[in-house]
Design a protein around this ligand. Structure first.
Ligand code: NAP
Length: 483
């Protein structure tokens, strides 16, 4: 199958923080892949900006090295890489100072899309937005891309939204949650709303519960000082897990359009019921033969920050009445695995004599390691000896089903191209982010008020025992975390 590349208009993309980790690891190698895919129009340019003094040639060398280190198979593509690097420029700018802005203004061209990627800490967003306007660099058609974390609570998110709104309209602001750029996440909408099979069953009459797991094997590593002030609730649940929850639980939008989809997601967040303390488990990894503890990694021997959260929540609407959503995420767990599992109800009655096993249909949507879906169905075990039933997966691993040349673009690549196209569907709207904080804030404040101590779990495990109990108490089990 031949992949279809939809061309985008010519652009000038400025990456503030263009020498940083995110730019080197994700944004620039991703842009190179889009270049190879023929999606970067002739004359499109990328301009790196940061405080360090360097020439275009130094910047190009830095990007060459970044592609060699973080690129995928495409990094071998030498002559193409040279052609890509020709499109790159660099300007030394301090977001909070005055130097460099005139040079940047001089580089920008009329008649092409102007996009500004704020790949810097959020404390610089206001200064950047203000200076882009002061120097006449941003216009009404320009777009800005902002990275997580978008605030650390409701008040700071509101403040950040107000800061950006002082200079840009909402339709110009692209708040990135790279989970939304994953192929499988978008497929979730295709499966739900593009098939006759699922939507009629997508409710409390047929679904027993839904589990969302995002398990990582990495620890806090070099991000210890940032992470220790954040924790899993702010770093993962408030954004990534809630976005997944919204997509799985939202009502069908009347059309596939940015605001219609985001309206439906917002309704889900607003319908989330408050979570009681007994419905949530916080954990922190403890040393095991597989590695050091969280406190050692974070270099904070007295830290009570959680590296794991498991919770049960409810959405108060007709579709999801009494259907629990179990969310779980953690670091240093037994495998790297992200999955949404829609667990359907048991059959009310079996006609097969002697079949005492519990058979259930489960739709599993895997985000990592290998994106795909499988649907667990019950069939007859092959061979003689009567009707013995067995559960087997109908596997839809996308790479297998669609052919090797359909290797999905990385989430960042897709999202950057959506910015150039002006498509905000896969970006969080300001009100969504605020609603998500409004729901998570009381949980975090409750922990702080109670001096809550996270339960320890061993590096390489599935999290604290209390998290298992969260489901056992309801007569249910977490799905196995498999890499
Ligand atoms: P980083 O490695 O610390 O890089 C920061 C970048 O900003 C550097 O290019 C730095 O270059 C530049 N910078 C710092 N202060 C500046 C100033 N006053 N004016 C202009 N440029 C300035 O950070 P990062 O990991 O790339 O993260 C960037 C943003 O993305 C952060 O908000 C982070 O939370 C978010 N994020 C990162 C990741 C990731 O995987 N790294 C993932 C998700 C979100 P100079 O020092 O030369 O100025």
């Amino acid at each position: 199958m031949v992949s279809r590349v939809i061309p985008v208009e010519c652009f000038d993309l400025v990456i503030f923080g263009g020498t940083g980790d995110l730019a080197r690891r994700k944004i620039l190698p991703g842009l190179f892949r889009r270049f190879l895919a023929g999606q970067m129009p002739e004359n499109a340019r990328v301009i790196g900006a940061a405080r360090s003094e360097m020439e275009d040639a130094d910047y190009r060398q830095m990007v060459r090295e970044a592609v060699a280190e973080f690129g995928g198979t495409e990094k071998e593509n030498g002559s193409q890489l040279d052609a890509f690097l020709e499109r790159l420029h660099y300007v030394a700018i301090d977001a909070t100072g005055d130097g460099g802005w005139d040079k940047l203004a001089g580089l920008m061209r009329d008649g092409v899309i102007r996009a500004f990627y704020f790949s810097v800490g959020p404390s610089l967003f206001g200064a950047l937005a203000e200076r882009l306007h002061q120097h006449g660099i941003a216009d009404a058609a320009s777009r800005i891309v902002v990275e997580k974390p978008f605030g650390h609570d409701l008040a700071s998110a509101q403040e950040l939204n107000a800061t950006l709104a002082a200079h840009f309209d909402e339709h110009q602001i692209y708040r990135i949650d790279h989970y939304l750029g994953k192929e499988t996440v978008q497929n979730l909408m295709a499966v739900r709303f593009g098939n006759v099979l699922f939507e009629p069953l997508w409710n409390s009459h047929y679904i027993d519960h839904i589990q969302i797991t995002v398990a990582e094997t990495v620890g806090v590593g070099g991000r210890g000082s940032y992470y220790d002030k954040s924790g899993a609730m702010r770093d993962m649940v408030q954004n990534h897990l809630m976005q997944l929850l919204c997509l799985i639980a939202m009502e069908p939008p009347s059309i596939y359009d940015a605001d219609t989809v985001r309206d439906e997601k917002l309704k889900v967040i607003r319908a989330l019921q408050p979570v009681e303390p007994h419905q949530i488990v916080r954990g922190q990894y403890d040393a095991s033969s597989e590695g050091p503890s969280y406190r050692e990694d974070a270099e904070n021997p007295r830290s009570f920050t959680e590296s794991f959260v498991a919770m049960k929540c409810h959405i108060a609407n007709w579709r999801w009445a009494k259907v629990p959503f179990y969310l779980r995420t953690g670091k240093r767990m037994k495998a790297r695995s992200s999955e949404i599992a829609v667990v359907f109800k048991d059959l009310g009655h079996t006609i097969f004599e002697g079949d005492t096993a519990r058979h259930r249909n489960i739709l599993s949507i895997r985000l990592q390691p290998n994106e795909g879906m499988d649907l667990q169905v019950t069939i007859k075990e092959p061979g003689p000896g009567g009707m013995r039933l067995v559960d087997v997966p109908l596997d839809m691993t996308f790479a297998d089903a669609l052919g090797a040349d359909q290797e999905a673009p990385d989430a960042y690549e897709r999202l950057i191209m959506d910015v150039i196209r002006g498509n905000q569907t896969l970006f969080m709207r300001g009100d969504e982010v605020e609603a998500a904080w409004a729901w998570t804030d009381p949980i975090i404040k409750g922990w702080e008020a109670r001096n809550d101590v996270p339960k320890l779990y061993e590096v390489g495990s599935a999290g604290p025992d209390d998290a298992l109990m969260l489901m056992h108490r309801d007569g249910r089990r977490w799905r196995e975390i498999k890499g």
